[in-house]
Write a protein that binds this ligand. Structure first.
Ligand code: C5P
Length: 396
């Protein structure tokens, strides 16, 4: 295989020191790294360290005549298979989202015709600011991939999401984006639903459930790593979007159904979301007050079944997979669900085992029309990779 090349844009933030380790790991993995160091980035790491680890020249200035003679910025922006921005500061994200091109890094991002992967790093307030939220949504819609940020203690003394993903996680995302492994699902499209749904009772109260979204997110990421074009329709979660996945955020079951249908046509649908079976028949426009009398019962109406709808629709994906969270008679219930929903496979998991909902491990059985396969207990990431592998077999 030809050597893969990345253009690494190092922005100005304390996390820039991790870009050195990232460069080292990428070189170790056999990837060529050509660094661009922003002016602010150079306040945190030196061109010399970056160049020594990258074993390449570091590009710093937009209007350096020497560089323009050697390689113009347009050419530079296209000289790699993937552009990685790490750390992607709030400033770089804002520039890229708005198409500003006032320096080498932003010009490169505007001029490139290659996929872009960003590893955001910034103070938690900056990450949560509505301006950054908007920029993130714009960049995602433009096809930019993201890895992280992680949640944790930050250099500024605050705690929350905003820490740059660890270099090893960025390498994994880079490899997935570069198609380091086999990409048997390339050219295929998948829809994955994940997380809980939220059904409003009134403006402040809601019906929801304990789903963390971890399993669905892992499946979306595992399919993307095999080259699949993935739309993840997600209820509210605290998880970062997996690399290479387009995420659509929703709240209610009805919104999830509409977003799922909008993601069609697809070859594959994996319904992992824990969709509320019912919603309040009426949603209070104002907060429902106690008035000293007995509480009025909340009348419920049934929600649409997204899995069943996808399974019978005119644009039915070729392979439709559902999940079954059961507390008893796991396999019998899963077989019944397969028939009732009209899907092709059911991944049955036993949520009576403590720690499955919200935990990191899962013990599942794959139920198909052909029979039942029991998988040993493994990490949700492993379940995802194994399932993605099985899906790829179907499309060989
Ligand atoms: O019927 P039950 O909720 O047990 O079925 C679980 C499966 O059906 C999961 O795949 C879930 O994502 C899907 N489902 C759905 N829409 C609903 C209820 C469940 O897509 N309203």
């Amino acid at each position: 295989m030809d050597q893969k090349r990345i253009l690494l844009i190092v922005g100005g933030g304390i996390a820039a020191y991790k870009a050195l380790e990232l460069t080292r790991l990428l070189r170790k993995a056999g990837v060529a790294v050509r660094p661009i160091l922003t002016q602010a980035g150079a306040e945190f790491v030196t061109p010399l360290s970056l160049s020594a680890l990258a074993e390449d020249k570091v590009y710093c200035e937009l209007f350096s005549l020497t560089d323009e003679a050697e390689m113009g910025h347009i050419e530079l922006s296209r000289s790699a298979d993937l552009v990685v921005v790490a750390p992607a500061t709030a400033d770089l994200m804002a520039k890229a989202a708005h198409g500003l091109a006032g320096d080498l890094a932003s010009t490169t991002l505007l001029a490139t015709d290659k996929p872009v992967l960003m590893a955001p790093a910034m103070n938690v307030r900056m990450w949560e600011h509505s301006a950054t939220r908007r920029n993130l949504a714009t960049l995602r819609a433009d096809g930019v991939m993201f890895v992280g940020p992680d949640e944790g203690a930050m250099a500024c003394g605050e705690y929350g999401p905003g820490r740059m993903a660890e270099p090893a996680a960025i390498v994994e995302a880079v490899m997935a984006a570069l198609g380091g492994g086999a990409r048997p699902l390339s050219g295929r499209r998948a829809l994955v639903t994940a997380g809980p749904t939220v059904e409003a009772i009134d403006p402040v109260r809601m019906l929801t459930n304990r789903s963390s979204g971890k399993q669905g997110y892992a499946i979306a990421g595992a399919l993307a790593a095999l080259g699949c074009e993935v739309t993840l329709v997600s209820g509210p979660t605290a998880l970062p979007t997996p690399a290479g996945v387009v995420r659509v955020d929703v709240e209610s079951a009805r919104e999830m159904l509409a977003a799922s249908e909008a993601a069609l046509p697809a070859d594959i649908a994996v319904c992992v979301a824990a969709v509320a079976d019912w919603r309040p028949a009426e949603t209070g426009e104002t907060k429902i007050k106690k008035d000293g009398k007995a509480a009025a019962p909340i009348a419920l109406v049934e929600n649409p079944d997204i899995l069943a709808n996808l399974s019978k629709g005119r644009r039915r994906p070729r392979l439709v997979i559902g999940f079954a969270a059961e507390t008893h008679d796991l396999e019998a219930n899963a077989q019944a669900k397969l028939a009732k929903k009209g899907c092709d496979w059911i991944v049955a998991n036993d949520v009576s085992v403590a720690g499955t909902m919200g935990g990191d491990d899962n013990a599942v059985a794959l139920v198909t029309k052909g029979g039942i396969e029991r998988w040993e207990r493994m990490a949700k990431g492993e379940v995802a990779r194994k399932l993605a592998g099985r899906i790829a077999q179907e499309f060989r």
